[in-house]
Design a binder for this molecule. Structure first.
Ligand code: HEC
Ligand code: HEC
Length: 220
């Protein structure tokens, strides 16, 4: 009898502390402090600059440009690389997985704010006339014959994206864009909400992916 009572008390205590924790978490979400771009700049220069450039304009085409990218998108990617509450990372990349391991939630918001505040340096579209025309056609109108939607519908006519969900793709390194479309196509990158990008990439040929990646690099 006595032990039952102890158990009941223990259970009710567990319940109280669990709901208190939930309330606390909710309050923390509401009272999100404003991101500190200056603190983010310190992290960027110490940890990220070697690959992404001091101002987020990486000069190596496999490392994405982060300058001028939407802060919500940068933060989402960093959280996805990290994985939360013991769950595996939603976006798997050995390099970035290691990079985010030591970053707190506030660090990720701060570094996102810093890179978002920088200005992207434009690139130029590569490729021959034919492939640029194909890229432009897909970007602006998709391909109705196979149900491929226009990229501009979500990423904007100039590729600037639309916060908070749709990232900037214009001006990005073509090699990086091409690689992402291919990993979406095989489902290796699977952190896109509602499978939006996986459903699109699976409809594209290598030539179409290359053409649209080259075209997008030249958008500004
Ligand atoms: C050793 C090189 C390296 C370092 C250092 C590095 N990154 Fe990266 N980062 C990469 C590569 C490579 C990718 C592309 C991963 C992929 O292919 O999915 C990437 C991808 C990203 C992305 C996804 C961008 C997008 O458009 O989806 C973000 C955000 C990012 N890095 C932020 C950071 C931040 C912030 C730091 C510093 C804390 C950092 N990176 C340090 C190499 C690096
Ligand atoms: C229905 C809306 C939609 C359409 C249409 C669309 N996208 Fe996306 N795209 C998204 C969303 C949402 C994401 C962000 C995924 C995430 O959160 O990780 C994204 C991400 C991307 C990325 C990854 C960016 C990065 O920095 O890693 C690339 C590249 C991309 N899209 C290219 C394209 C191209 C090229 C087309 C046209 C063939 C296209 N998208 C059409 C919604 C769309």
């Amino acid at each position: 009898m006595r032990s039952f009572k102890t158990l009941a008390i223990a259970l009710s205590l567990t319940f109280v502390s669990a709901s208190a924790l939930a309330a606390e978490e909710h309050a923390a979400e509401k009272a999100q402090p404003k991101a500190d771009a200056a603190a983010g700049k310190a992290i960027a220069s110490q940890v990220c600059a070697a690959c992404h450039g001091a101002d987020g304009n990486s000069t190596i085409s496999v490392n994405p440009k982060l300058a001028g990218q939407h802060p919500e998108y940068i933060y989402k990617q960093l959280s996805n690389f990290k994985g939360k509450d013991g769950k595996p990372a939603e976006r798997v990349n050995p390099i970035m997985g290691g990079m985010v391991a030591g970053l707190s939630d506030a660090d990720m918001r701060n570094v996102a704010a810093y890179y978002a505040s920088q200005t992207q340096t434009p690139a130029t579209a590569k490729g021959n006339r034919e492939s640029i025309e194909l890229g432009q056609k897909i970007w602006r109108g998709g391909d109705q014959s196979k149900g491929l939607p226009a990229c501009s519908g979500c990423h904007g006519p100039a590729g600037a994206g639309l916060p908070a969900m749709y990232p900037r793709v214009g001006g990005q390194h073509a090699d990086y864009t091409e690689a992402q479309l291919k990993t979406f196509r095989v489902g290796e990158r699977a952190n896109d909400p509602a499978k939006m990008m996986r459903m699109i990439a699976v409809k594209m040929t290598d030539a179409e992916i290359k053409a649209v990646s080259d075209y997008a690099a030249g958008l500004r």
